[in-house]
Write a protein that binds this ligand. Sequence first.
Ligand code: UD1
Ligand code: CA
Length: 451
Amino acid sequence: MTGRTSLTIVLAAGEGTRMRSSMPKVLHPVAGQTLLAHVLGAAPQGAGAVTAVVVGPNHEQVADEARRIRPDAATFIQRERLGTAHAVLAAREALARGADDLLVVFGDTPLISAATFARLRAPLENGAALAVLGFRAADPTGYGRLVVEGDRLVAIREQADATPAERAITLCNAGVMAFDGRRALEIIEKIGHANAKGEYYLSDAVTVVRELGLEAVVIETSEDEVRGINTKAQLAEAEQVMQARLRKAALDAGVTMIAPETVYLAADTTFGNDVTVEPFVVIGPGVSIADGAVIHAFSHLVQASVGKNASVGPYARLRPGTSLGEGVKIGNFVETKAATLEAGAKVSHLSYIGDAHVGEGANVGAGTITCNYDGFSKHRTTIGAGAFVGSNSSLVAPVKIGSGAYIGSGSVITKDVPDDALAVERSPQTNREGGAARYREMKTRDKKPKG
Ligand code: UD1
Ligand code: CA
């Protein structure tokens, strides 16, 4: 775009009743990001680009999510849900401030790309008052049909108002529109509600534009880009489309995946060079994987960073706050949470490492557990560099294992172990009783355990 300013209004006031969920529709995730975040990510940004989001009453969470993604986004509340044109007018204040281009997009079309927004704005530069994004629907049921004469768009007919002949049209309204910003408010205010549902349809902007003697055009795109999400089935379809895109992008970037169709990625996953992801790996939001790392089959990662040449899994679970240094090895059936493991540390089998710091080169034996929760609060475990923790040990937090210390297998460590010390502690009954007494005492003080 050649220096034109824009206002993008995202409509997200719907209840999304067809999702059958207590959560507002636009907060449902696709590839680990809310529908709203996807749309806001694609909308014009930077200098001269203003964003407004229209939310329903009691949808403070939707407004919060909008501001999380776009801190400068203005939010407006549509108090009564009287239709898409009515929703746009909830942002009248932003509209009145004016912009060269007004873009209206629905919060439930997460697959839209930034390039398509740019393509839709182009006709405005050539004098069109309105450009509507259209697509050929495999099944047009439920969509507004685009009625064209030659290459001119003359009307959009909603399903409930369409004649049988109009229902046969497969060219549909994607719901994304670009208006000449100088005429937008005038056009949208003229929209009435004389239709089957008695709603103010934004799609009627086309008729108004024609009545004003102005020009409306269609810009076509693929159905995959504009799938609107109204149901859980459509949410799953959109996930498929997004996963296909993300897998292709990862392969193009040099990630090795022998069965990409079994790997689930998040929209924000980042990869270094020469990363391998084996089959059936699920990667949630906030994951970065550095050069040369291998994620073995059936592993599950969320909000975790994997260092260079690290090895994870098979069957590993990295939970939020996990940070693995260079060459770290996390083996099968190991779970980590809020844990930093420095370079070369190894936790090879059947362990839980939570609220912990594991020093460089430490070796944590099979079945070792950081007992981080006493029934009331979480406590930290520190394992020093080069320490050796024998198999099947329980490290009862808060506790520190010194660097170079050696813990005999089967130990229950309840006291700090100094650097280079040898500790073999097996189930000290006194400590257990102490813990149990404290638990009982806290319960009688009416502090409810979280667990
Ligand atoms: C709408 C279009 C239809 C198009 C389809 C594409 C209208 C009248 N119909 O139908 O032509 O083919 O999208 O997916 O525009 N919303 C509000 N306030 C309201 C009503 C809706 O904010 O009062 C928001 C919803 O949250 C949603 C969007 O607008 O994000 C679209 O509403 P929805 O009810 O899903 O419209 P469709 O029936 O899908
Ligand atoms: Ca919809």
